[in-house]
Design a protein around this ligand. Structure first.
Ligand code: AMP
Length: 411
């Protein structure tokens, strides 16, 4: 299928061609026609599948088609709510790229930064607004934002919204929009609570599932290192010196953990950037930009800060701490091996994290190969589940993803 088959208008097709997209991805193929038919849609797709364009392109088309209608002034007609600032910024950039040859205007509002420039942009008038929930509600409370003309409401990364405790805010925002609107919900996983939310805000939705809810990135190798907690830093340094090369994203569960590891790696001569919720917006953007530009090759992040971030050519993911929510494992390793590239993932498991391995393996329905040929084994006498020589090429991982759990406050 080509983009032309999706019956998109010329200015949009031109922008897509300039972005270098040849054909629609599967999620785009499946979602775009339903959105153009003005149906409510619930799409379960992992990040990296092209899901932003799956909603952005048809929204632009719908709004563009109605541009000749009597002028209402610049009223916000499409609202995209996204859980994190980085994701919101990324979505905003995509809209600008795709709307380049239309006169549709879009902007992004998010917290952690001055409200004044955002006020000015809203005053000038825009067609499409991408927002994080807190800042959106702030602006609305201050009467700086009118949601009465919303025609399309998009809830992106709904499962992460739940995780971050935004669900009440999301419901509030939905109620601030007109009752008759088109609603699109995107979620990487579909836990019960997301289903519940969907049934309360969507009307007779089309359901689209692009990947099975439990599939880990197909082209990412996985390997597990059992290691005492106290030796994780040594193991990390050992791998960075000998095995893991290129651009590397290291995940830690806590902000404190990110900062601590950054210190140690910096002291060992590595150039590091950090992403976590305690850093200012400018710091987070700079960190990401430096990593994307290759100014530093190692980024250490908490899950929330890194979710959905599109980093081209990421070579490896290191799970310095194993996530306690198995779906998070799938998301983390899915940061590499994107857009057809092959990626590697390395996970450290200390004694207390063994139960997490069990739930992850249940979810992905695969035994993760264990590397026992390293200098810091957890139990030197223990028989490995699968023996692999260090530095060898591991075969692909598979299957993973499903439900999510409640609020965590340490990111
Ligand atoms: P997303 O899942 O929306 O974060 O998109 C992941 C990456 O795929 C982004 O870098 C997009 O620019 C890119 N992308 C989206 N759609 C296409 C397409 N049809 N062809 C090639 N790349 C695409």
């Amino acid at each position: 299928m080509s983009f032309k088959d999706l019956k998109l208008n010329k200015p949009i097709l031109r922008a897509i061609a300039e972005a270098g997209y040849d054909n629609p991805t599967l999620v785009q193929e499946k979602t775009i026609p339903s959105v153009l038919e003005k149906r409510d849609v619930i799409t379960s797709a992992q990040t990296g599948t092209g899901k932003t364009a799956a909603f952005a392109l048809p929204i632009l088309q719908l709004l563009y088609d109605k541009q000749d209608a009597p002028k209402k002034g610049k009223k916000i007609r499409a609202l995209i709510v996204s859980p994190t600032r980085e994701l919101a910024i990324q979505i905003g950039k995509n809209f600008k790229t795709y709307a380049k040859h239309t006169n549709l205007r879009s902007s992004v509002v998010y917290g952690g930064t001055s409200i004044e420039p955002q006020k000015d942009i809203l005053e000038k008038g825009i067609d499409i607004l991408v927002a994080t929930p807190g800042r959106l509600l702030d602006l609305h409370k201050q009467d700086l934002l009118n949601l009465d003309y919303i025609e399309v409401f998009v809830l992106d990364e709904a499962d992460l919204m739940l995780d971050m405790g935004f669900i009440d805010d999301v419901k509030k925002i939905e109620r601030l929009c007109p009752e008759t609107k088109q609603t699109l919900l995107f979620s990487a996983t579909m836990p019960y609570k997301v289903e519940q939310l969907a049934s309360s805000i969507l009307t007779n939705p089309i359901r689209i599932e692009v990947t099975p809810t439990s599939s880990a990135a197909q082209n990412v190798s996985q390997v597990l290192y059992y290691v005492p907690k106290k030796n994780k830093i040594e193991l990390c340094l050992h791998l960075l010196r000998n095995t893991v090369k290129g651009s590397i994203l290291i995940f830690r569960r806590t902000k404190f953990g990110v900062d601590k590891l950054e210190q140690t790696l910096t002291n060992n001569g590595y150039k590091i950037e950090r992403l976590h919720g305690d850093r200012t917006q400018v710091e987070r953007q700079n960190a990401l930009a430096d990593f994307k530009r290759g100014k530093v090759n190692i980024l250490i992040a908490t899950d929330v800060a890194a979710r959905g971030i599109d980093i081209a050519e990421l070579d490896a993911v290191i799970n310095f701490d194993l996530p306690n929510v198995p779906e998070t494992y799938v998301h983390r390793i899915g940061r590499t091996g994107r857009a057809g590239e092959f990626g590697n993932s390395y996970s450290f498991c200390s004694a207390d994290e063994k139960p997490y391995v069990k739930t992850i393996q249940q979810l992905i329905n695969v035994q993760i190969p264990v590397e026992d040929g390293h200098p810091y084994p957890l139990d030197p006498k223990a028989k490995p589940i699968v023996h692999k020589k260090q530095g060898s090429k591991y075969k692909k991982g598979r299957k993973g993803e499903g439900s999510k759990k409640k609020k965590k406050r340490w990111y």
